[in-house]
Structures are given as structure tokens and as C-alpha cells.
Design a protein around this ligand. Sequence first.
Ligand code: MG
Length: 378
Amino acid sequence: MTTAAIVVAAGRGLRAGGGQPKQWRDLAGRRVADWTLDALRSCPGIDCIVLVLSPEDTEAWSDYAGGELILARGGATRDASVRNGLEALVGKGISHVLIHDVARPCIDPGTVARVLAALETHAAAAPALAVTDALWRGANGMVAGTQDRSGLFAAQTPQGFRFGAILKAHRAHPGGAADDVEVARAAGLDVAIVEGHPDNIKITEPGDFARAERILRGNMDIRLGNGYDVHRFGPGDHVTLCGVRVPFERGLQGHSDADVGMHAVTDAIYGALARGDIGQHFPPSDPQWKGAASEIFLRHAVDLAAGMGFRIAHADCTLVCEFPKIGPHAAAMRAEMARIMGLEVDRVSVKATTSEKLGFTGRGEGIAALATATLVTR
Ligand code: MG
């Protein structure tokens, strides 16, 4: 199964207020669309994402250009936008597609997993919640009748389909469908209902922003990772610590630049993500990493975190050595690691201690480093 997600973000959505389309409005410090995209990125089983943008949203086009997203041009209606998103995937080896409203930023991995699981055995599947409230018909502010709720569901997205089937259905549909399930059914596809999630709300009214913010903050995932590294002294005239060249009568030995501090921080990030360590991502047996600047490793860990929907909230590194003196260089080390990680300097700590002349660091045989990193969902 090779699965693409199409995020439909071309609507003008002004009903939610704020004077601009709701997908570009701020939600807990980020644009609604960015929450939605990151939520989908963090779901296992989604191989690529198509973002359908209105031609009017020129700022969004330039913001997302050159990234890993496939951009498609929105049409005059939602149907037309989805169809353009599907056409953008033709010839890309996609077997299944999830079509998601950009205004559902609280989409959870469980709902996505249920849709994908149902697609193993059905041509189409979509999440929904059984209606549990009593239903009334109303007129002029008065209850005009009641409606039997049995068999009624409130539809959600992402709605999932076999790619070829939904492409053909959209190409044949005259337009005006409420959602992609309606398009699929018009083409004769059976659509399985899977359990949705009450938090997977669609931002529609102004009050929905506060509700979505409460959900997103409540769902925040906080991860703590630790890292530890040691490099031994050898011949040389400087050591590289936390990205800073420190003149010294010896050097540190290692396959890369032997930046023990940066290695510990990098491993702390991999640790928080439960994604192994530097040695797995950059095997010492691979000659291309010989003498490599450790910045490459740290950047890889930060990018991996971003790809999994995390940002680095803080990193703290302790260097253990009798010499060289770290204090005079600590500010430069913090600044350099903050630059590489794209963080403010006050989120990065570098400090040092001796080991009271005890052990290998005390005997001056090498330098050890410990690090902690905290990652939070973006
Ligand atoms: Mg190392």
C-alpha cells in the first residue's frame, strides 16, 4: 500500500471570522494548516502529502514551495480542488489516497490507522461518529418536529479510497458533492464506516478555534532523551566541542570531528524520538563520514524530529574534562548549537565539570559528555 494524503486548503472559509481563510489563521501559535500537515506527517502509513492551495494564496505558495509537499492548484469548488489534487498524483505509484479537510487540525493517528486498516479490505472507508444527541427540526426559532437519529452518522475526514477508483469517480462526477464519500458512492463504490474521534473537529465557527486549541494543548506529547559520549585525546592542536574550535595541545580522536558534546546532544534527540543513535544513522564503517563536521549529525536529528512532528524545546550538555577550560567558550558553544538547531540561545545550555582528577577524564585521557533534550509536539 503506497498512500498519499490530500489536504484540501483552497477554500476561502471566512465563516470562522478573522478576515482571512481559516486555514491561515493562528491556532495556538501556528497556522491551522501547519497543525494539520504535521498531524498527518506524524501518522504512520502516509507516504506523501499533496497540499491543494488557492491561486490567491500567494504567500502560502511561496512558503511551501521547495519542501517535501506536492502542491496542487485549487479549483472553483471543493470537488474541483480534490480532483486537481488527485491528478497531481497520477503516475506516482500511489495505491491509496486519504482526502482530508485542512480545517481538521486535531486529526489523531488512531483515526487514520482505522481508515487505512479498512482500506485493506474495502475500496473506500471513512470515519464518522454515530449521532447521539436527539435531533430536532426547527423553524423560526421553534422546535417544529423531531428526527429519528438511528442510523445517522456525523461524517469526518480523512476519507480513504483506492486511488484509481476515486480518481475515476471524480473525473466522472458532475460536481456539487458534499464530500468525497458522495462522489465515491455516485460511482458505485461501497464505503465502510470506521470510528472517528470526537476531537477531530472541523473548525467552522469562531468559537472552534478555542476548542481546537484546548484539544491540541491537551494532546501535547513531551519527550525527554539523554545522550552520552566519550572521545579519547590523541595528537593534535585543537579540539572541537559543541561546534567551537578550541585551541589545545592535543586533539580528540574519532571517525568524525570527534565533537563529543554535539554527539551527546544528537543522541539525546534520537533518544527522545526512540530512533537509535548516531552510529546507526551514520555508521563509522562508512568512509563518507570520516572527518565529517558533526553539524551534519545534529541537523539530521533535528530534521528527523521535525518530520515526526516534534520541535526541540531545550538541550542541555555537560562536558566532563580537566582541560581545556570550557568556561571562556561556553557562550560561543551555546550560540553555535542554537544556530544549528534553529533555536533561541536561551534554550541551549553548555556547562562543564571536572571529575576531581578521578577516572579517565580525571587522568586527562579524554573528554566525556552528557546531554538531555526535551522535545514537544509542534
Ligand atoms: Mg562520538
